[in-house]
Design a protein around this ligand. Sequence first.
Ligand code: ATP
Ligand code: MG
Length: 399
Amino acid sequence: LPTQFQSAKIILQRIQQAGFEAYFVGGCVRDTLLNVPLHDVDIATSAYPQEVKQIFKKTIDTGIEHGTVTVMDHGRAYEITTFRTESTYQDFRRPDKVEFVRSLAEDLKRRDLTINALAMNLNGTVIDMFTGLSDLQNKVIRAVGNPKERYHEDALRMMRTVRFASKLDFKIEERTLAAIQTNAKLLEKIAVERIHVEWAKLMLGKNPQRGLNAFLKTKLYQFCPLFFDKEKLLQKLLELPSFTLETEEGAWTLFFFLGNFSDRRAAKLLKAWKSSNDLISTIYKTLHILRLEEEGPLSAWDEYLAGLNCLLYANEAASILGKGQSIAAITQRYMQLPIKNKHELAINGSDLIRFLGIKPGPFVGQILDQLERNVVLGELSNERKILLQAAVAVQNHLE
Ligand code: ATP
Ligand code: MG
């Protein structure tokens, strides 16, 4: 049994002692067999949620209506999901109602890809009902069962398929790919937020160009928000030397910069993808940084305004475009800035009001802004006395 599963062993044993079946399933089995680190261990069982809750002292109803109960054991959390089928599909979306069943085979059948439909028992024996093992071996992404039917049941699976091609750098099997090609339009039925999650994972995969190639070829992109006319841009991504990305911010920055997006158009597209305001304002900054860098080295003020994270996101994109710098150098320069934000300034607004005898108002802010800039640029040292002195000169100058 792989080491990552060792601590979960006791959980499976307890379920079995109560007279039920229990297995490791899905992504954790796949990743274990691929020898890549896993983030979570999923357990599937023939016990119904109420039965699981009777076996363990401490449980949380994580998604009990879908059959998932979290068991706490020695400070660790394990997600335990009852075997289930998803038989009543409407509207090409995953059904909200699921039916609990006692058979592992039924549960594996409803899964999306053969490599995701593997189970492992306590002895480390793999239960492989759909060529999952040989597909892993041969690096193939294949839908479980009839691909067309599976995509009709849940159109998000098409995005998941191209996402896994990128994530693992696997080839999509022909019939599976053809089924996406003929059913791509069904993606319109899927909530944008869910498409967004898969897109981000696609971009952060081991070989994003492989996923992007399928995304283009199958025309899935045409059914993503404001992507219908982005064929050329996606093609441009494919023509870059092979790359990998660490962050979603880096991915969007690359996308928009390569596509010559204005800030406004970039924000509009991100909104359409239901992005957070955080992501949108970050991308504003990273695009600004990249454009400034076209004109020459950044000033300390530019770096200060951007913040370290945005500098690094911008650098992710710049590196792929052959204009990257070392992360260490960027970080070091940033760390050497005299202050990192306004609050680190040795004086504040009330100091100015008292010392200069002026009234509160925008004028105070203007003086502070000027001093902040001087400090960041190293023109004034960040000391109370020096700043108050300088404030007098700034006041006279502004008046
Ligand atoms: P990741 O490492 O990205 O989390 P994962 O395989 O664990 O990969 P999840 O989205 O966490 O992916 O899903 C867990 C498992 O549930 C999958 O391995 C698959 O068996 C099944 N699954 C998830 N989404 C679907 C879907 N839309 N249709 C069918 N099965 C799905
Ligand atoms: Mg997972």
